[in-house]
Design a protein around this ligand. Structure first.
Ligand SMILES: [Zn+2]
Length: 148
C-alpha cells in the first residue's frame, strides 16, 4: 500500500504522533519531587497488585494432567495416547506460542515420545514470522528517526 502523504506531511504527522503520545505521559522531568515520589509509589502499588492477581489467576488455570504430545503415542489404555500427571512426565519442552505470544509447554510419556517432541515442538523460525509492520508504522517510523 502506497502512502499518499508528501514527505513534509509525513514529518508533521509523525511529530503530532510523538507529541500526542508523550503529552499523555507523566512528566518526570519537571514535576515536583513530591509528586514524582507519589506517582512512583502508585505505579509500584499497581504493579504489585497486578502481579499478585495475575499469579493467582495463573495458579487457578494450572492443569495437573497432560496428554502425550506425540500423536503416534500408543502407551495409553487401548493403545491410545497416554494421559498422565504432569509430575510423572518423562520430558517437556516450552516455547512461545505463535498464536498468543505466551509460553506453552508440551509433555511426553516416554523417551521415544521425547524424540518426537524434540524434533517437532520448536520455536517458529524468525524468517517465517508474520511481518507486523503496518503502513501506519511506516509513516510514523521514518520521520521519528529524523526527530532524534
Ligand atoms: Zn507418549
Amino acid at each position: 500500500m502506497e502512502s499518499t502523504l508528501s514527505p513534509e506531511a509525513r514529518v508533521e504527522r509523525a511529530k503530532l504522533a510523538v507529541n500526542t503520545r508523550w503529552k499523555s505521559q507523566f512528566n518526570w522531568e519537571t514535576s515536583s519531587m513530591e509528586s514524582c515520589h507519589s506517582r512512583l509509589a502508585a505505579l509500584r502499588a499497581e504493579a504489585e497488585k497486578g502481579g499478585l492477581i495475575l499469579q493467582r489467576r495463573m495458579d487457578n488455570d494450572r492443569v495437573s494432567t497432560a496428554i502425550c504430545y506425540n500423536p503416534d503415542c500408543h502407551t495409553g489404555p487401548d493403545h491410545t495416547r497416554a494421559t498422565f500427571e504432569i509430575s510423572r512426565a518423562v520430558g517437556s519442552r516450552s516455547r512461545i506460542s505463535q498464536d498468543t505470544g505466551l509460553m506453552e509447554t508440551a509433555y511426553v510419556c516416554s523417551a521415544a515420545c521425547y524424540l518426537y517432541l524434540s524434533a517437532n515442538f520448536k520455536h517458529q523460525p524468525a524468517a517465517a514470522r508474520e511481518d507486523v509492520t503496518s503502513p501506519i508504522d511506516n509513516v510514523n517510523n521514518q520521520p521519528a528517526e529524523r526527530l532524534v
